[in-house]
Design a binder for this molecule. Structure first.
Ligand SMILES: [Zn+2]
Length: 246
């Protein structure tokens, strides 16, 4: 069959902190070194659609949600040294401040400033739309969805000089209306469903790999070597069971 697959990795904060949205710096570095030595190509999100439709074999893309300051201070120095590209999805009204949305840590963690974002953009980091206020798009009507995404587009155009072509709805939640609006003039949208993206994936509801599930480096290396299929299936089954009981 024509078309390749892409493991779209999902990170949030790279810090020594409790909870599934933080990965310790040393562990992040070890995950990235394993990736860099695996020989798998690491794509920018711009190149994911072409790989899925007409590429061959496995590839990886690296994404970060929320624009935490530790991306600039901890993650990017590692990625740059290993020559790996990354996409960071920004909640544009929250930048220059701290996380302040449902599910945020207490105390809230700092986000990057627009100055830092501009510097990183000039270093080659890609930025995408994570809405203006980090809202749950599945709970909004069409006009409110368009306003959340449009406000974030306009802010990124103003701050970075270009409109984002990629989008990640907060909490991985979207609706048919949200997916239709996200698809307008955009190359991809990513969710939080745990799977590898393939030729038949919806470009506006792409699955990702939550890297909190790969904090065991032996398991991560096994996945990179193509021996991780069973583990992913088990995690997916576990997630479905958990969603039924919580
Ligand atoms: Zn988020």
């Amino acid at each position: 069959m024509m078309g390749g697959t892409v493991d779209i990795l999902m990170y949030h904060s790279i810090a020594e902190a409790p909870g599934p949205t933080s990965i310790a710096p040393e562990l992040f570095e070890a995950q990235m070194m394993a990736l860099a030595t695996s020989g798998l190509p690491v794509l920018r999100m711009d190149d994911v659609p072409a790989h899925l439709s007409g590429g061959q074999g496995r590839a990886v893309a690296i994404t970060f949600d929320d624009g935490f300051r530790d991306f600039a201070e901890v993650a990017w120095p590692v990625l740059r040294r290993l020559d790996l590209s990354a996409m960071v999805y920004l909640p544009t009204d929250c930048m220059d401040g701290t996380e302040r949305w449902d599910g945020a840590h207490d105390p809230p963690r700092p986000l990057m400033t627009w100055n830092e974002v501009r510097q990183l953009a000039s270093d080659g980091v890609d930025f995408g739309n994570h809405t203006a206020t980090h809202s749950d798009l599945s709970a909004l009507d069409e006009a409110a969805i368009a306003n959340e995404l449009g406000t974030a587009d306009a802010r990124m155009q103003r701050e970075l000089g270009r409109r984002p072509l990629h989008c990640a709805p907060p909490y991985g939640r979207s609706s048919d209306a949200a997916r239709r609006i996200m698809a307008r003039d955009r190359l991809t949208s990513v969710g939080t469903r745990l799977a590898t993206a393939g030729p038949s994936s919806d470009l506006h509801d792409l699955p990702r790999l939550e890297m909190y599930y790969f904090t065991n480096l032996i398991r991560w290396r096994a996945h990179l070597e193509g021996r991780g299929g069973l583990y992913l299936q088990l995690r997916r089954a576990f997630r479905q069971i958990r969603s039924q009981i919580s």
